[in-house]
Every structure is written in structure tokens, then in C-alpha cells.
Ligand binder design. Structure first.
Ligand code: APR
Ligand code: ZN
Length: 306
């Protein structure tokens, strides 16, 4: 802990690389390990353009389910701790030499931006500053669960839509599990009844990045990672490219890496500092010591699932 705080004090450009473990404490299942199945499907097998092309009804039901869960959950103490670092005055306090902090998250649940908005409002930042800081300090590299994207590339319309259900035909399908229904009873929703693009009426899709697709804001991420002298690797199995490579880029250029994970398997040997345990328990203290900012709405440990 002391070694980490010393490093924090002299770091200039800090990047946090986050994964599903960041939201585990909020009750959102991770992909690998328990909770990675939806109905009978491996969550990862549904996150492809091929899966959507062959069965848009099934894939939309999966994302409707995930939208429903995410909409019911709240940020936890680890989201708030990282959110606080996006406030320039707080960053200066914990890392006096810091010129930048950027969160690069693989999560699509939106909890990091929700946490940041709340923290920023408590610091009385203007809406304009909040929008600018959100854009500058939080990169949702795998897209956003609550974005909807037109499948017609000549239109390409994207919009944020938190309506639930997003279309009438998906209502109630979040309740259906393998246990409740025979497989042939799962509803097959006709494409015309699935979400449609509000601009051109083509089939719409979730605004997330699927396997095989290009990630969001690649150039910005590359420059953030290249200049970083401290990487906080929070709740990711570091198995999915390109996020899996960011910590090595920081380490190879002489930077420090601090890993926060419940599992020590993800911690490779080398110059890493490792904090083994739930990030929602450890990260706030690691960053702020005895001075953890209050976050009245943070999900408490006993509300979470791991
Ligand atoms: N605190 C810290 N770490 C945790 C916690 C917790 N409370 N709970 C789980 N973890 C760790 C697990 O040990 C695991 O290493 O979080 C990690 C979650 O790993 P994955 O489920 O593989 O999630 P992630 O790394 O985000 O996956 C990357 O894969 O399926 C795709 O697009 C999806 O963005 C996702 C990507
Ligand atoms: Zn369109």
C-alpha cells in the first residue's frame, strides 16, 4: 500500500484499465467464471456480428436482459473512487504531479459515467464541464449498452436510448430462463418487431463492440496508454485484445502497473504491484488512504454478487 501511494504521488499520466470485475460489486455478472451463461448460451458466443445476423431476435433478447439488469444496478465504491480521480482537484490531491487521468473501460454498463456525473455534481461542476470531463477522462472502448446503432451502414445513426423495454416485443423476455421454458418456447421476434432505426427504419442493433469489430476511440486510447507512467488494472481477466496488451505497453515503457483483482491468476510476474481482493473494498483505500470521499449512494458489499 505504501509503495503504491509513493508511486501515485510521482505519477504524471495515470490510466485505469477496467473490466467486468469493476461492476461485479454492483451485482453485474462477469463473463468468465460463474455468471457467464445466459439461458444456455455462453455470453461471449452471442457477442458477435455473426450471432446477430443469424438470430437478431435472440441477440436482442440477450441485450434487453443486460439492459434491464444494468438499469437496476448502481455504481459501487470502486466506480466512485475512479470517478473522483476524474475531478481535477481530487486528482491533484492524491497525485500532485499528475497531468492526466483516463479510465479506459471494457464495460458497457454505463456505471462509470453514472458515478462520475454524481461525483461531479457534488463538486458543483457545470453541465458543460461534466460533459467535457466525461469525454476526456472516460473511454467506453466496447461501446455502450444503452446506445442503439442502425445496421444500415449508409445511415449509421447512433443514439442513446435508456427506454426499457426498448420495443414492446421485448417486454418480459428478461424473465425467461432455461429453467422456465423449453428451448422451442423461447420467443422468436420478427425483425420488424425488433428495435428499428428512428431515422431510416432499418433494423437497429445494440451500440456495443462485438468480437471481430473495431473498438471505439482507438487512437485516443493508444496515445493515453503510450504516455501513461502508471496503469491501474481493475477487475479484468486481461484476456481480450487489445485491452489485454495495455498493461504491458505501460510496463515496457518503464511505467508502473498495479493490479486489483480477486484472483491472483491474472497477475503475471514482473514489476507489478498486486492487490488481491474485491476492488470495491481495496481501490478506495489504495487511492485515498484514510481520506476516502463519501459516496452515499455506493452499493454496499452485501448487495453485490461475485
Ligand atoms: N474485484 C476485482 N476483480 C474482480 C471482482 C471484484 N469484485 N470480481 C471479479 N473480478 C475479476 C475476475 O477475477 C476476472 O479476472 O474480474 C475479472 C473479470 O474478467 P472477465 O469476466 O473476463 O471480464 P473482462 O476482463 O472485462 O472481459 C473482457 O470480454 O466478453 C468480453 O466484451 C467482453 O468486455 C468484455 C471482455
Ligand atoms: Zn438508419
Amino acid at each position: 500500500m505504501e509503495a503504491f501511494q509513493e508511486i501515485l504521488k510521482r505519477s504524471k499520466n495515470i490510466v485505469a484499465i477496467a473490466g467486468a470485475g469493476l461492476s461485479a460489486g454492483s451485482g453485474i455478472p462477469t463473463f468468465r467464471g460463474a455468471g457467464g451463461l445466459w439461458r444456455k448460451y455462453d455470453a461471449i458466443s452471442l457477442a458477435t456480428p455473426e450471432a446477430f445476423r443469424s438470430d437478431p431476435s435472440l441477440v436482442w433478447q440477450f441485450y434487453h436482459y443486460r439492459r434491464t439488469i444494468a438499469g437496476q444496478k448502481s455504481p459501487n465504491a470502486a466506480h466512485y473512487a475512479l470517478a473522483s480521480l476524474s475531478i481535477p482537484s481530487v486528482l491533484k490531491r492524491v497525485a500532485p504531479n499528475a497531468e492526466s487521468f483516463t479510465l479506459v473501460t471494457q464495460n458497457i454498463d454505463g456505471l462509470s459515467t453514472r458515478a462520475f456525473r454524481e461525483v461531479a455534481q457534488r463538486h458543483s461542476l457545470s453541465e458543460r464541464d461534466i460533459d467535457n470531463l466525461t469525454r476526456d477522462t472516460i473511454i467506453e472502448m466496447h461501446g455502450r449498452l444503452f446506445d442503439v446503432l442502425c445496421t444500415d451502414s449508409s445511415c449509421g445513426h447512433r443514439e442513446h436510448n435508456t427506454t426499457n423495454p426498448i420495443c414492446p416485443a421485448l417486454a418480459g423476455t428478461e424473465e425467461i430462463t432455461e429453467r422456465h421454458h423449453e428451448i422451442d418456447e423461447w420467443p422468436a421476434i420478427a425483425p420488424l418487431d425488433l428495435p428499428r432505426c428512428p431515422k431510416c427504419d432499418a433494423l437497429a442493433r445494440p451500440g456495443v463492440v462485438w468480437f471481430g469489430e473495431g473498438i471505439q476511440r482507438t487512437y485516443t486510447i493508444d496515445s493515453v496508454v503510450e504516455k501513461a507512467d502508471l496503469a491501474l488494472v481493475v477487475g479484468t481477466s486481461s484476456t481480450v485484445y487489445p485491452a489485454s496488451g495495455y498493461q504491458s505497453i505501460v510496463a515496457e515503457s518503464g511505467g508502473n502497473v498495479a493490479v486489483f483483482n480477486i484472483d491472483d491468476d491474472t497477475i503475471s510476474s514482473g514489476r507489478h504491484l498486486s492487490f488481491i481482493g474485491k476492488c470495491e473494498d481495496i481501490l478506495p483505500t489504495a487511492l485515498f488512504g484514510a481520506d476516502v470521499p463519501e459516496h452515499p449512494k455506493a452499493v454496499k458489499g452485501d448487495e453485490s454478487c461475485t
